[in-house]
Design a protein around this ligand. Structure first.
Ligand code: TXA
Ligand code: MG
Length: 326
């Protein structure tokens, strides 16, 4: 039995980083800022530590986790890197791109972290605090988003501390990207999108000159473990609103429609990067207001709009689909 201590938010100075490193080495989980969303991090090579991640998140089953590394050399110990993966890593790491690659023979990552698959999802985060911790500890860190299963992903240390009980959350400020990483399966010369995210497909295709196969509709489950109702606020969410009622909260994009009880604007300039960075924090904020539901204005389906719409469709999915969608 672990004692439930209130989560402590810490400025990531040398002392806090050293404590976080010691906790990870001892098999504990911590809250870690990344440029996409905050992660619930544990030593990926320690089965017990990885099991604690699932326990903290209260995940309905053992979905595979993303493993975070501090260098390309470290990645090469864990996964096979075909030339196309090298090209992608050189172009986009550190950054919001996760590659699903074959595990190397003798890959030390816990099988539980990849749910027994012979592939591993791996990325090199760009946030300076994550980079410092990865490089100083030499660990590779399994880190799903630091929210209980089915809830909105955290983009501030406060979101983490209000949802999970952890010994430390390192406070790296609000996440720059604000959406989880784009997940890409690299199989030889074939690229398949498993989850739209913080890096637009157009950018990937421009670098590789290879088309990315998209198997996915925004509301379908693609990467194993993606539940339909996944990024769910507790209030009902209504999409593509062109009118709003007086008891609803409005999540606007561009010029807000009038009449809502309360309103936050993802981007008054219709800037999709700004909208992505604001998405989860604004859903958290509106979910905390007294209102009957959250109406969301239309978001275009280009660039990061694809990932934003994917998260919004999940936020709006009927809650009784959670089990069906597994
Ligand atoms: O931005 C992010 O990626 C954040 C930050 C913390 O890095 N992490 C994150 O992790 O979003 P998580 O656990 O919430 O999402 C992991 C996704 C799941 O949808 C899972 O099914 C997929 O990655 N995944 C993991 N390993 C996989 C594999 N071997 N094959 C296919 N999908 C995999
Ligand atoms: Mg998540």
């Amino acid at each position: 039995m672990t004692t439930a201590l209130p989560t402590s938010i810490r400025t990531p100075d040398a002392t806090a980083i050293a404590e976080a490193k010691a906790l990870l080495q001892a098999g504990a989980c911590i809250g870690l800022p990344t440029e996409t969303v905050y992660g619930l991090a544990a030593d990926a090579c320690n089965d017990d530590a990885v099991a604690k991640v699932f326990a903290h998140k209260n995940r309905p089953d053992f979905n595979p986790l993303i493993v975070h590394v501090g260098s390309l050399d470290q990645a090469a110990e864990l996964v096979e890197l075909p030339p196309l993966a090298h090209t992608l890593a050189e172009a986009f790491w550190p950054g919001p791109l996760t590659l699903v690659l074959d595990r190397t023979e003798g890959c030390p990552v816990s099988l539980l972290a990849s749910a027994g698959l012979n592939t591993l999802a791996i990325r090199m985060p760009a946030h300076p605090v994550a980079r410092q911790l990865l490089q100083e500890s030499g660990l590779c860190l399994a880190a799903p988003s630091a929210n209980p299963s089915g809830r909105i992903s955290p983009t501030t240390a406060h979101h983490v501390a209000s949802q999970l009980n952890l010994p430390i959350v390192l406070d790296g400020g609000p996440c720059d990207v604000g959406l989880e990483s784009t997940i890409l399966r690299v199989d030889g010369n074939n690229l398949t999108l498993l989850r739209p995210g913080g890096l637009a497909i157009e950018e990937i295709e421009a670098v590789c000159g290879t088309p990315v196969q998209v198997l996915d509709k925004p509301s379908k489950i693609t990467a194993p473990g993606q539940l339909l109702s996944h990024y769910a606020p507790s209030k009902p969410v209504r999409l593509n609103a062109d009118t709003v009622s007086a008891d609803e909260a409005l999540l606007a994009f561009g010029e807000p429609i009038t009449g809502a009880k309360t309103c936050l604007n993802l981007s008054s300039e219709e800037d999709l990067t700004e909208a992505a960075a604001n998405l989860f924090a604004m859903l958290h904020a509106l979910d905390g207001k007294t209102c009957s539901g959250i109406a969301v204005m239309h978001i275009p389906e280009t660039g990061l709009g694809q990932a934003i719409n994917d998260r919004l469709h999940r936020a709006a999915a009927p809650r009784d689909k959670v089990r069906d969608a597994k």
